[in-house]
Design a protein around this ligand. Structure first.
Ligand code: SF4
Ligand code: SF4
Length: 437
């Protein structure tokens, strides 16, 4: 038996787990940013006044690690202009005024896949990125060149953040697409072993995925402990393998794919309709009618919340993703992105964080960290700008899961500290590299 990784037990709040996704009425306007993925921003190839249809290419990939972007509604391009992203940086975005027709572009034809290269090219053209929240371009992840390196492909159905149930619904409602996706992985990536990792608090999803099992496909039922869906945690719990520092999963023979991403790829291969819609969970104590919704990418959060009956209480905090790793937005004009798997709005009582008090050296943060890091030391080293200590203590490995903050009885903002500490370390290492040139 493998030694257990740490983590925390959270209230699941999977209120929407039994709700199949409903399609949202298309909005009047969508604003589609060019940085909905990790890597180089996409480069717009339309201009104001152009007529576009659903699925039409509106921005090309900006490099190898990048992804193209497609129109999510039909209508007229209103603007191609910078917008302020939720991260506080300016990013180019394309705004399209919908004509209400949702006419599909003639360019949407099923790709002709004849070999590994054409499969990777198809995934690239689909605009796929990690739909579980990571946003890493899927074609780059699958582009391993030598497929004999792949020992296991893990389908991530862990979905360990509270509230979020969009992957759960995909596994239940689109099991056929996941099955087709697995066949694609077997055929073009020569996948020898496929493991579908699911937390045990999703019995319906486990049942649906168990129907896909054969001698190469298995379901791994995992404890409901956050962050079970974290890539390194999932790899360890499904295979016993540890991804060494500075290495990628493929370096230990593993690829991890989110289950909704895989279902999307299967759908694209059949229809040629690229990534223009997003299935996501809408929930939180301020939301009148929590739902799973399929939304055109670029729709504003405000429009999605309206579709979910508006607010039953004034929202004090809204964010993309779950409460542990989500990103707060300054206002509800923020658009739905390719990697938005949930939007949550909380009332005042659930939003206000208690004031931090001094550290009592209880060590709970260290005990909770799934990567066995020492967040209490990061905080101390950051406060005195001891970057060498941050490097020695490996703050760079922190995956910002928030377990340490969650358990801290003094309510110290540990994960925020870790983010700042990582930024300090990156600056220091870049300067050192420059010096040594
Ligand atoms: S946020 Fe970082 S330090 Fe804190 S528990 Fe998660 S991985 Fe460990
Ligand atoms: S959990 Fe909080 S109080 Fe306890 S050692 Fe860590 S930072 Fe200090």
């Amino acid at each position: 038996m493998l030694p257990k990784l740490n983590g925390v037990t959270l209230p699941h709040r999977k209120n929407t787990a039994k709700m199949p996704a409903v399609k949202m009425t298309p909005p009047r306007l969508v604003t589609i940013p060019m940085n909905m993925h990790i890597g180089a921003p996409a480069v717009p190839c339309v201009k104001p006044g152009d007529e576009v249809k659903v699925g039409q290419l509106i921005a090309e990939a900006g490099g190898f690690v990048s992804a193209p972007v497609h129109a999510s509604v039909s209508g007229k391009v209103k603007s191609v202009a910078p917008m302020l992203a939720s991260t506080g940086t300016e990013i180019m975005a394309i705004t399209i005024e919908s004509d209400g027709e949702m006419a599909i572009s003639e360019d949407c034809v099923a790709p002709d896949i004849t070999d590994y290269d054409s499969f990777i090219a198809a995934v690239r053209a689909s605009g796929a990125v990690g739909l579980g929240g990571a946003g890493f371009p899927t074609a780059v992840k699958l582009d391993v060149k030598d497929t004999s390196r792949i020992e296991q492909i893990i389908i991530n159905g862990a979905e360990c953040e509270p509230y979020i149930t969009s992957d759960t619904r995909t596994m239940i409602d689109d099991a056929n697409l996941i099955a087709e996706g697995i066949e694609l992985l077997k055929k073009w990536l020569n996948a020898k072993q496929v493991i579908i990792g699911i937390e045990k608090n999703k019995p319906e999803a486990i049942k649906a995925m168990s129907t896909l099992c054969d001698d190469t496909v298995s379901v791994k039922v995992l404890p409901s402990i956050y962050p079970q869906g974290g890539e390194k945690v999932l790899i360890y719990n499904c295979t016993g393998k540890i991804v060494p520092e500075g290495k990628l999963p493929i370096d230990v023979g593993v690829i991890v794919l989110n289950c909704t991403t895989l279902a999307f790829i299967a759908s694209y291969v059949k229809t040629g309709i690229p990534l223009v819609n997003k299935l996501m969970t809408v929930d939180g104590s301020a939301v009148a009618e929590p739902k799973n919704v399929i939304v055109p990418i670029g729709t504003s959060m405000a429009d999605v919340f309206d579709f979910c009956g508006g607010f039953k209480e004034e929202p004090h905090k809204a964010f993309y993703g779950g409460p542990m790793m989500g990103i707060a937005v300054p206002d509800l004009s923020a658009p739905i992105l390719k990697n938005t798997n949930a939007i949550i709005a909380l009332n005042k009582a659930d939003s206000v964080l208690p004031e931090p008090t001094p550290c009592i050296r209880c060590g709970k943060c260290v005990k909770a960290c799934p990567l066995k890091l020492m967040p209490v030391d990061f905080a101390r080293a950051l406060s005195v700008k001891d970057v060498e200590m941050l490097e020695k203590r490996k703050v760079n490995l922190c995956m910002e899961c928030g377990c340490c903050s969650y358990v801290c009885p003094a309510r110290r903002p540990l994960v925020e500290n870790n983010k700042l500490a990582k930024a300090e370390l990156r600056k220091y290492q870049a300067a050192k590299k420059e010096e040594n040139k």
